[in-house]
Design a protein around this ligand. Structure first.
Ligand code: SF4
Length: 365
């Protein structure tokens, strides 16, 4: 895979870890349960923050059986303040699964551990290697940084191919004699020496083997593909249509489209090649059989759907003729003329709520 001197890295790393490792509560008594709880807590949370939570948690619930039997309020109460409560719910559910399906003994292989709620490839590798001494590699943010610098990896690590390369390298480098210390050493090196911005290469036990450092710019690694550039917002146009009595026209979307069944101001992704006003007038005519005079621009409303960024331009429209009943309607499934207090009776999308707020028909909240 690379010219990395695997045996030298392994040996230097092991010697360094045995003299420099931090004393952490889960390392002092590394039972499978304690390792598991600590690894779940350490996902997305700093070591210093985790320590008091870990100590309180394992003092109150010292075994997997205690955790499985505890009411959810108690478990969430012990977790309160640590954040990412989904981790806690998964841990609790997994404890119940361990008691129900594994007689209260945490499985020792990564493949069995992966069947537990909230246990991904990293956590499974950590528990299997650290608690059971199994030869399983692991990759967390620290290990990704160290390994990608050691080999000056020119692949982005936030895409599948880069991850595969790193998992393979982690497996090749693994010390099968002592996978527990080896994996912890890699994580510890990333946490204490091979820092993201300014690695302390002069203090690093594997400096002589490090291609990133030899290239003179270890901070360049790991490479990231980076966030995709947000596409230009799509344009949509809608009309605030009033009749002669001052009532407002609302239209209902068909059930099988995005925001199906919800009510909105008439409009959408219109053909605006002849101009927005002309496109809107054409839309009102063809979809609702309505003749309208399109007047001033009233508002621009930005909205982000899961995969789409939209700018909705809203124009005032005076209805001057035609109808908006079922006989003249296409695409829309219903249309109503509403008094200004009539919006409460119909379901609106978040986008329409935003538009009505921007136009002063709703209080901003
Ligand atoms: Fe990281 Fe520097 Fe050590 Fe390379 S030599 S692993 S860049 S600390």
């Amino acid at each position: 895979m690379s010219d990395l001197d695997l045996a030298t890295v392994r040996d230097h790393l092991a010697a360094w870890y045995h003299t420099r490792r931090r004393r952490l509560p889960w390392r002092e008594l590394p039972t499978p349960y304690r390792v598991w709880v600590s690894e779940v807590m350490l996902q997305q949370t700093q070591v210093a923050t985790v320590i008091p939570y870990f100590e309180r948690f394992v003092a109150a619930l010292p075994t997997v059986q205690d955790l499985a039997a505890a009411p959810e309020e108690e478990v969430l109460g012990l977790w309160a303040g640590l954040g990412y409560y989904r981790r806690c719910r998964h841990l609790h559910a997994a404890a119940r699964q361990v008691v129900a399906e594994h007689a209260g003994e945490l499985p020792s292989t990564a493949s069995e551990l992966l069947s537990l709620p909230g246990v991904g490839r990293y956590t499974a590798g950590a528990i299997a290697s650290i608690a059971f001494g199994r030869a399983e590699p692991l990759l967390d943010g620290n290990v990704i940084r160290v390994l990608s610098r050691l080999v000056a990896l020119e692949q982005p690590v936030d895409v599948a191919a880069g991850r595969r390369t790193l998992w393979t390298l982690a497996g090749e480098l693994l010390d099968s004699e002592d996978p527990s210390s080896h994996n912890q050493a890699l994580m510890e090196l990333g946490a204490l020496v091979c820092a993201p911005r300014s690695p302390s290469c002069q203090l690093c036990p594997v400096q002589s083997c490090c291609a990133g450092q030899a290239a003179g710019a270890p901070e360049r690694f790991p490479l990231k593909k980076g966030p995709r550039r947000r596409p230009k917002p799509a344009l949509a146009v809608a009309g605030l249509v009033r009749d002669r009595a001052g009532r407002l026209l609302m239209t209902r979307r068909p059930p099988d489209v995005l925001l199906g069944g919800l009510w909105e101001l008439p409009g959408g992704d219109l053909d605006v090649r002849a101009g927005r006003r002309a496109g809107l007038a054409e839309h009102l005519n063809t979809r609702l059989g309505l003749e309208g005079e399109v007047g001033p621009h009233l508002a621009s409303v930005e909205h982000v759907f899961t995969h789409r960024h939209l700018t909705l331009e809203v124009y005032a429209v005076s209805a001057v003729g035609g109808a908006s009943g079922a006989d003249t309607m296409s695409w829309y499934t219903d249309a109503r003329w509403l008094e200004e207090d009539g919006f409460a009776a119909i379901p609106l999308s978040r986008l329409t709520e935003k538009v009505l707020t921007a136009l002063g028909y709703r209080d901003a909240s």
